[in-house]
Ligand binder design. Structure first.
Ligand code: UDP
Ligand code: MG
Length: 343
């Protein structure tokens, strides 16, 4: 029997988790041919999500929980889920029921048909503001236009994939993560399944404009060097403009004997070039900053506790090793699978 691991990052989701769990459990009854387990990654919630997940894990051995020591963001929580997932098929999804669990059987059917990655594509999006829909659409068009590799349009992190894909994606350890792009560039046999994205069932979005913007910058800077290259074209154009200005000034001075002080053009040029300098510097800074952060070799995440997970059985990754050390699992081989940071 194949095991399916659902990976769901949660950050302050105490209002939706009971319904999420109920709907997934219901689904498990409809899919008797699979062993369905849920891996919750608690991304440093502060609202009682911890306690709720612990009690779910205590009654249901198919509920696994990973408690981060602090909030590390949705993409890192998802990454941790991929490190800890052990199923034959993995499904990543949001915990707020915007990715309806009822779509999962269709994703699994596509996997059975022989695809390795099935992206669920949002054909309809309920309960989102016009602003979010318009900016998301514009963002994916821009990204597709400038990315090194074509990425499919407007998809989130709701997808199913097989174990070989899981192994491949674990090899990508960049600090700034944009997993929906990474999955596309992995290759394998990919399929797209349109679905109807529901509104959030309770609670508020955890993606304010600030986080959305920084996620968009991560997507562009990780998958395209167009911003860097565009600077070169800017420089060429401006060089042309400044040559024309120089010619005009010289001709004016020697032939027509103009005595206009030229203060306006000076100021215009000065501000324009200063602005451009700053812009160029900041684009370069984006890429240099990333090199710096990658060079620090910081762990992406670290765990405070786990439930129903045998950390010692997991393969090596720097983060898993660090979590083992935090939980004191290197010395005492006797502890059960519920692990808490020893006080
Ligand atoms: N999430 C997370 N860490 C964060 C922000 C969000 O694990 O720092 C989770 C959140 O609990 C949810 C999923 O990521 O399960 C998607 O977040 P949300 O629904 O707030 O984003 P939106 O759907 O509004 O883009
Ligand atoms: Mg949501």
């Amino acid at each position: 029997m194949k095991t399916v691991t659902l990976v769901a990052p949660c950050y302050d989701e105490v209002e939706v988790l009971p319904e999420f769990y109920a709907r997934v459990r219901q689904l498990a009854n409809q899919l008797p041919q699979y062993k369905l387990e849920i891996l919750f990654v608690n991304d440093g919630s502060r609202d009682g999500t911890d306690g709720l997940l612990d009690s779910l894990a205590a009654q249901d051995p198919y509920v696994k929980v990973l408690h981060f020591a602090r909030n590390r963001g949705h993409q890192v929580a998802l990454t941790a889920g991929l490190d800890f997932a052990e199923g034959d098929v993995i499904v990543t999804m949001d915990a707020d029921l915007q990715d309806p669990p009822e779509v999962i059987p269709e994703l699994l059917t596509k996997i059975e048909e022989g695809f390795d990655i099935v992206h669920a594509q949002r054909s309809v999006r309920e309960g989102e503001t016009r602003f979010k829909l318009a900016t998301a659409h514009a963002f994916y068009r821009l990204l597709n236009a400038i990315a090194h590799e074509p990425l499919i349009e407007d998809y989130g992190d709701f997808r199913a994939f097989t174990r070989p894909v899981l192994m491949a994606v674990r090899g990508f350890r960049e600090q700034h993560r944009f997993l929906r792009g990474t999955f596309v560039l992995l290759g394998f046999r990919q399929a797209v399944l349109p679905y109807h994205r529901a509104a959030r069932s309770a609670g508020r979005t955890k993606f304010p404009l600030r986080k959305m913007l920084s996620f968009a910058v991560d997507g562009i800077v990780s998958f395209s060097s167009a911003p860097l290259r565009s600077l070169l074209w800017f420089a060429f154009i401006l060089w042309g403009v400044s040559l024309a200005f120089t010619a005009r000034a010289l001709i004016g001075h020697f032939i027509f004997r103009w005595t206009v002080p030229g203060w306006t053009s000076l100021v215009v040029l000065l501000t324009f070039f200063t602005g451009l300098n700053l812009f160029s510097l900041s684009v370069v800074g984006l890429y240099v900053g990333r090199t710096f952060e990658q060079g620090q070799h910081r762990p992406l995440y670290w765990c405070r506790a786990t439930r129903n997970i045998d950390l010692r059985a997991l393969p090596y990754s720097p983060e898993i090793e660090l979590s083992r050390r935090i939980l004191g699992l290197n010395e005492s081989p006797s502890s059960p699978t519920d692990n808490d940071h020893p006080e």
